[in-house]
Structures are given as C-alpha cells and as structure tokens.
Design a protein around this ligand. Structure first.
Ligand SMILES: [Zn+2]
Ligand SMILES: [Zn+2]
Length: 376
C-alpha cells in the first residue's frame, strides 16, 4: 500500500457497522454492530442495495414467524470489502468485485448439495438463510439491512456484470424467480400458452422469462384497481393479454383471445386464496400449474380437486430460486432488453425503510412501488 499524499486526512477503518435490527414485529431499530475479523475462508460485503419483497413486509409485520431479533434483508448486492484467500479462490471473486448474494448457504457435501437442491442443505437449509439468522449468532451481520453484511464460508455469490447499476442488479432475485418458476420448473417451451397469476415484480419477471423461452402468448391477471398500473407494466414487459379478475373471468377472457386453455399456469399471487381455483380452471388437460405464491390460509374457495384428476394436471410447488436462475437473471438484466430502470421504484435509506415496508404491506395511503430497494 502506498503512503497517503501529504495533508490527506486518514480516516480510521470502521470497527462497527450500522444495521437495522428487527427486534420484534414492527420494532425495527438501528444498532451499531461490531465488524467481524475476516479469516481465510469468509468475507465482508459493503452493502450497496438490498431489494425488498413480500417476505420483508411479512417479517416486519410478524406474519412470517421469525426468530427475533435479526437483521433482515435477503436480496443483497454489494462490493466485496475484505475476503480471505480460500474464499476468494472457491467463489471466484476478489476484493472490489460487485456481487449478488444467494439467500441460501450450501455445504457442498451433503446429498442435497451434491444433487443441486442445496436449498435443503443438511447443514444449513432454511435455518441459515441470509436475512433470517438471529443477530445474537456472531457476527450478527447476517442480512442486507446493514452497511456491511458478513459472508460465511458456505455462502454463494454471483458476479454482477460490469456496468449494471447495483439497484437494478437487486432484480437478480425476482427475475431469477421468474426464470425458475416461469420456465425451468414447468419446462415452458416454444409456442406455449402461458397464464401468470399476479402482476407484481415476480409476475412481470415470469412474463419476461416465458417470452424469452419462446411462449407464443402470455396472459397476466391482477385483481382490482390497485393492480391496474401493474397490468399496464405487464403489457410493456411483453404480456399479450391482461385481465382484472375483479371484473372479468380470466378463463373466458383467455378463451375469447386464443380459443385455448393454458399449457402452463404460474401462480405468483400472495394471500389470494381464490387464485388456486383459477389456476386449475385455466390449465388445459395435461397442462402444468406452478404454485409459487403462498396463500397464508387453508381456505381455497372454488377449488375442486376432481378437476386435477379429470384434466390430469401436473401441479408443482416452487420454493425459492437457485444460482443457475440468478446467473441467467443477471445476464438478462445486463442485456438491457427490457425497461427495468423505468419501473415504478422507491429507493430509500435507513431512515425511510420502515415507512416503505408499511407502504408495501398496504398500510399507508401511498401506492406501493413495483420495486422497493434499500440503499444503506
Ligand atoms: Zn425476497
Ligand atoms: Zn449441504
């Protein structure tokens, strides 16, 4: 390291990092947490941006059972500040690189990790997801609501392509979901007729992914006036037909437009119990239905299980994303094929984070943005 020029102020390296700790539902408080000493096989990330999704406001309101207290934030993009030599070798990155962080960790050795389903890793699994780990487990900085996030040895990081803005790069997570849920899991291919239920960011991402896979026609549904602008964005992102299910029957609308039923139905709705019956109704005999949204309830109005038998449907659950889809998402974002920058987006600092989470939960008078991001 060269000596600083004469007269320069030498700032001491920080020894703590400001983080937002969710102590209990709706109690999000700033705390200074000590920065860890980085060894041979781990790293420290300077957080540039952390995307927010439905999971974030469910954690905030307490709808998602969580082990309080913890630093939330699971859609993190940042710069590698410090990294040990072994971690650098294994992850293929160096200090100064911009990376996106996979939510799950993988031991790389158990049966699940070896067969690619590392989300069920026996050492880590769902207990060790970034943005969910208790703050009292050292070093505490386990989430993206922080200036710095700790990257443990079994982390997976993805290089962000040069020139991709970190705020846009946080879309690696929802777009990765759109690719996995909309294409990989159902096997969507050329000429397929696809129905996407739910016009949020993951719905938009599923439209983009299905079209990129060669789908000939994509319908997107929303519910009520609040989804109106989102359905217009869905058309800008390639949807051929959008339907407000509050005023129009989606099955009839699809039949009127195409004379067919859907080869693939992707349900990315959240807390919309009626969507399951719609999904089953929309699918053609022999078709595939992917359930990625959770209902938060055992009530499924209008659901008639016999239709699954009569139609011989394939019903597939999809939990989370994987690094293959994340990589494809980052490449697609860097390709600049869609107006991701123009999406209604709110980027906030720590001081405005809580209000944005409340807005995204529909608790304020403001319209929730399609894409919410924390930039610490
Ligand atoms: Zn998320
Ligand atoms: Zn494992």
């Amino acid at each position: 390291m060269s000596a600083p020029p004469a007269g320069a102020t030498i700032l001491p390296s920080p020894t703590t990092a400001m983080a937002m700790v969710l102590e209990s539902p709706r109690r999000l408080v700033p705390r200074e947490l000590p920065l860890p000493v980085i060894g041979d096989d781990d790293a420290l990330l300077r957080v540039e941006a952390c995307g927010l999704c439905g999971t974030d406001h469910e954690q905030y309101t307490g709808h998602l059972p969580s082990g309080f207290a913890f630093v939330p934030g699971h859609e993190t993009v940042g710069i590698i500040e410090t990294i040990g030599p072994s971690a650098a070798r294994r992850w293929g990155v160096a200090a100064g690189d911009r990376v996106a962080v996979e939510v799950f960790q993988s031991c790389g050795n158990c049966d699940h990790c070896l067969t690619g389903t590392y989300r069920r890793c026996r050492r880590h699994g769902m207990a060790d997801m970034y943005g969910f780990i208790p703050v009292d487990r050292p070093p505490g900085l386990w989430g993206g609501y922080s200036r710095y996030q700790y990257l443990a040895p079994d982390s997976m990081v993805l290089s962000v392509p040069d020139g991709l803005d970190p705020v846009i790069a946080t879309l690696f997570n929802p777009l990765g979901a759109g690719i996995r849920w909309g294409v990989t899991v159902p096997g969507t291919s050329k000429g397929d007729l696809v129905a996407v239920l739910g016009p949020g960011i993951r719905g938009l991402a599923a439209v983009v992914a299905a079209k990129a896979a060669g789908a000939s026609f994509v319908m997107v549904t929303g519910c009520g006036p609040r989804d109106g602008p989102r359905l217009r964005w869905a058309r800008r992102f390639g949807a051929d037909l959008t339907v407000d299910v509050a005023v129009e029957d989606p099955g009839k609308a699809l039949a009127a437009a195409t004379g067919r039923q859907a080869d693939v139905v992707i349900d990315v709705t959240a807390k919309a119990p009626g969507a399951l019956a719609q999904a089953i109704e929309l699918a053609r005999p022999g078709g595939t239905v992917v359930l990625a949204g959770t209902r938060g309830s055992a009530d499924i109005p209008g659901f008639w299980p016999d239709l699954i038998v009569f139609k011989e449907l394939r019903i597939l659950g999809a939990l989370g994303v994987d690094v293959t889809a994340y990589k494809a998402a980052l490449e697609l974002l860097a390709a600049g094929t869609h107006p991701w920058e123009e999406l209604p987006r709110e980027v906030v600092d720590f001081g405005h984070l809580e209000e944005l989470l409340q807005t995204m939960a529909g608790e304020t008078r403001r319209t929730p943005p399609i894409h919410g991001v924390l930039a610490p």
